[in-house]
Write a protein that binds this ligand. Structure first.
Ligand SMILES: Nc1nc2c(ncn2[C@@H]2O[C@H](COP(=O)(O)OP(=O)(O)OP(=O)(O)O)[C@@H](O)[C@H]2O)c(=O)[nH]1
Ligand SMILES: [Mg+2]
Length: 549
């Protein structure tokens, strides 16, 4: 690979690691910690490994006891560095053969490999300039727990995994189910060697290799390199050297290994999220439907009803009618209206100059039916918004809605109190009607007084002055009739105007109250839900970037 290609690969790994980290951050709270911890481990490991020598490629030999790891290690190294023996298990501690000791110390410290051997140059394979660390490791299925632990750790740390299998145990479930299949994402840095082929009759080598390849394909490692070798006879050892040398010289194995780790971690996060990695179209590509203007309006409408907004709207109309009657009614009867209570004042919604933040309405407190209605509306909203989201994220979206819904009744009440209902605002025509009403009454009373004076004069046998007439009707009588009639007509006219004005006032109030309730719904339910919805969208995008797609 060219230097340019290597640089591109490094920066791509940078991006993918960053994306994996943001996916992890975005998922915190939505996914269980058990799903997030391994991701953090991958990130930690990657940054540790990248801080250490990139000039050294770490190649580990893994396999069952007696498969010939130590023997193959020696064969490849061209020296008897490791102990190979019939006794089982033989190797209990990792052993490093190092070509290019300089700069390898910190890396070996991190790997916790104490037994280190500076290996001599091997013609056509490796010398001090190669930068290669070959690790002979204990058996993965050991009777010794310490051996198994070492292998588990090393499987996660080395740059290249060489699996040394033998003709007897190559098909054992242990190696395939516990290691190879779970590491199917690591095909680019995995090499399989079928060792001890000298123990097979020659005609069986090919069928056994084919069978091994079939099993590997089922593990998800169909494209992997499989080499046949005999550590004792030296058959195929050159081929094994060649692939190891290639990995070391290219200096790409470290990045490829970490990239494979990121791929695997992203796939596991996707799985934990309920996002099917294989079929992104399933479950709407993992996208939540989100809030629509229709669903928001419906939520606000239901909340308004649950919070008795219709009651308030009705009170606004009745309050206006009452007030208008008091101001414009026939003066003789309007005082009756004083005994009727103002419905808005009764709801504690008519307090000119009061601080809304200190007040509560006296609306009937939210009882079980109102609570149920509120909860149902919030649930329905969250349900619709979370549609299409995978399981755990659905729960997160619904949880966000539920959290806000507990504070809804109080907040809605507060919003109603704070809404300007124009309560107590006078209409301009009240004054005109009032003045005319009083004039009509005064006219009628003046007519009465006039007739009264005339009657008194007659009673006292005093000369009664002639009364002026209009069209033959005596003026005081006309004054009385006209005054009374005008008063009644004005009262009736006022009724019509009041009806229309009250309707428009309550319509304005309804609009304002609904807007206020919608505001609260937006703040406490819609916004938190939308935050979760967009968190999911960012998470899926980050996951996609981490997966390198
Ligand atoms: N015939 C034959 N025997 C082999 C071959 N490779 C290893 N052996 C023998 O198998 C036995 C075990 O070899 P080791 O190299 O110690 O095996 P190992 O995988 O390191 O075993 P542990 O360290 O216990 O995990 C030894 O007696 C080797 O001589 C091979 O290719 N052919
Ligand atoms: Mg060994």
């Amino acid at each position: 690979m060219s230097r340019l290609g290597a640089a591109r690969e490094t920066s791509q790994l940078d991006r993918r690691l960053a994306a994996l980290n943001s996916a992890r951050e975005l998922a915190s709270g939505a996914l269980p910690q058990e799903a997030l911890d391994p991701v953090l481990q991958v990130l930690d490991r990657a940054s540790s490994r990248r801080a250490l020598s990139g000039d050294h490629t770490v190649v580990g030999f893994f396999g069952a006891t007696g498969s010939g790891k130590s023997s193959l290690f020696n064969a490849v190294s061209g020296e008897e560095i490791a102990t190979a023996a019939v006794r089982r298990p033989t190797t209990t501690e990792p052993l490093a053969g190092i070509w290019g000791v300089q700069g390898s110390e910190a890396l070996l410290d991190w790997l916790e490999v104490r037994k280190r051997h500076a290996a001599g140059p091997v013609q056509g394979f490796a010398d001090d300039g190669t930068g290669l660390i070959l690790l002979d490791l204990p058996d993965f299925d050991s009777t010794r727990a310490a051996n198994r632990e070492i292998v588990q750790r090393m499987v996660g740390l080395v740059d290249v995994l060489v699996w040394v299998l033998d003709p007897q145990k190559y098909a054992d479930a242990a190696v395939h189910d516990d290691f190879l299949a779970p590491l199917s994402s690591h095909g680019a840095v995995t090499i399989v060697v079928l060792n001890q082929i000298d123990r097979l009759p020659e005609h069986e080598v090919r069928p056994v290799l084919e069978s091994l390849k079939d099993i590997l394909a089922r593990d998800g490692l169909g494209k992997i390199q499989v080499h046949a070798a005999s550590a004792v006879l030296g058959t195929g050892v050159d081929k094994v050297r060649a692939v190891i040398r290639q990995a070391a010289v290219q200096r790409q194995a470290m990045s490829q290994r970490l990239a494979a780790d990121v791929t695997q971690a992203a796939a596991r996060l996707a799985e934990a999220s309920g996002l099917s990695a294989g079929d992104p179209k399933a479950a709407g590509g993992g996208m939540a439907a989100g809030a629509t203007s229709a669903s928001k309006a419906r939520l606000a409408g239901e909340l308004a009803v649950a919070a008795n907004v219709p009651l308030v709207v009705d009170a606004v109309a009745r309050s206006y009618r009452l007030e208008a009657t008091r101001r414009t009614g026939w003066p003789v009867t309007r005082w009756l209206a004083r005994f009727r209570p103002d419905p808005l004042r009764r709801l504690n919604l008519r307090r000119e100059g009061a601080k809304p933040e200190l007040n509560r309405t006296s609306l009937p407190p939210a009882g079980a039916p109102e609570r149920a209605r509120t909860d149902a509306a919030v649930r329905e909203f969250a349900e619709a918004a979370s549609a299409g989201a995978p399981g755990p994220w659905r729960a997160a979206i619904r949880g966000a809605a539920r959290e806000g819904s507990d504070r809804l009744p109080d907040a809605v009440d507060q919003a109603i109190v704070s809404t300007d209902l124009s309560a107590g605002r006078k209409s301009w025509w009240w004054g005109v009607f009032n003045t005319v009403q009083w004039l009509a009454l005064v006219t009628a009373l003046a007519g009465f007084a006039w007739l009264g004076v005339l009657a008194a004069l007659g009673y006292l046998q005093l000369p009664v002055p002639e009364v002026p007439r209009v069209q033959g009707w005596p003026v005081p009588t006309v004054m009385i009739a006209g005054g009374v009639l005008l008063g009644i007509v004005l009262a009736i006219a006022a009724r019509f105007i009041v009806g229309a004005a009250a309707a428009s006032r309550s319509a304005v109030a309804r609009k304002r109250l609904k807007a206020a309730v919608a505001d609260v719904a937006e703040r406490l339910v819609v916004a938190p839900v939308e935050r979760e919805v967009s968190r999911l969208a960012k998470f899926t995008a980050a996951l996609k970037a981490a997966a390198g797609r």
